[in-house]
Design a protein around this ligand. Structure first.
Ligand SMILES: Nc1nc2c(ncn2[C@@H]2O[C@H](COP(=O)(O)OP(=O)(O)OP(=O)(O)O)[C@@H](O)[C@H]2O)c(=O)[nH]1
Ligand SMILES: [Mg+2]
Length: 199
């Protein structure tokens, strides 16, 4: 769909003061370090190197904003809970992401990215609790690493656990789930834009 075909880098924010002023509705990508958030964002945007990805956990340390034309933004949050990051940096992460979530912008929803092979770790549970009532899409990525049967049971189990929220199996490698996600996120953005600009 057209919206995702016009992604461009907007800004990297390493400090609260660097957060861009609120603009169009945003969708944030959150999840543990190295689960594949940046790769998922690239797969959705159809661009292999828009967001930087890495085999080394903790690659994304700033909040990176990408514009989808003038209509929307995708926001790549730094990985959560990477144990080898010094404590002071973890505090900074928390403060920065907290400031982002509290800032007066239109957050259409959060894509919570989990590794399909290790879903619902205690860190994921903490993140879900911390995100509170926000609308979630649980993206079970690296699904290419699971058999079809394992994918189906994980999907059913995840649906049970996250209730009202959306769930998709995803792979940045095979592009499984990409179209489904784009359609859903476009719906979120349309709804958020309507709430923002009621006629
Ligand atoms: N097999 C497979 N590998 C993937 C997939 N998505 C990401 N990866 C790999 O997982 C590693 C981490 O990917 P990133 O997208 O950088 O992960 P991230 O969540 O942005 O990581 P941080 O920025 O460090 O939090 C890289 O080696 C990717 O190539 C996927 O769907 N399938
Ligand atoms: Mg990243």
């Amino acid at each position: 769909m057209p919206l995702f075909d016009h992604a461009s880098f907007l800004r990297a924010a390493g400090r609260v003061a660097d957060l861009p002023p609120p603009g169009p509705p945003e969708i944030a990508f959150a999840g543990r370090s190295n689960v594949g958030k940046s790769s998922a964002l690239n797969a959705l945007a159809g661009r292999s190197r828009l967001a930087r990805t890495s085999k080394t956990p903790g690659r994304t340390q700033t909040i990176n904003f990408y514009a989808l034309g003038d209509a929307a933004r995708l926001v790549d949050l730094p990985g959560y809970g990477y144990a080898r990051v010094p404590r002071a940096m973890r505090e900074e992460w928390r403060a920065l992401v907290d400031a982002y979530l509290r800032s007066a912008r239109t957050l259409a929803g959060v894509v919570l990215v989990m590794d399909a092979r290790h879903a619902f770790t205690p860190l994921d549970e903490q993140l879900i609790a911390w995100l509170g009532e926000r609308r979630l899409l649980v993206l079970l990525t690296k699904a290419d690493k699971l058999t079809r049967d394992a994918q189906m049971s994980l999907l059913a189990e995840t649906r049970r656990r996250v209730g009202e929220n959306d769930v998709t199996l995803f792979s940045s490698v095979t592009r499984q789930g990409v179209e489904e996600c784009r359609d859903l996120l476009e719906q979120w953005l349309e709804q958020a834009a309507k709430i923002k600009n009621p006629r």
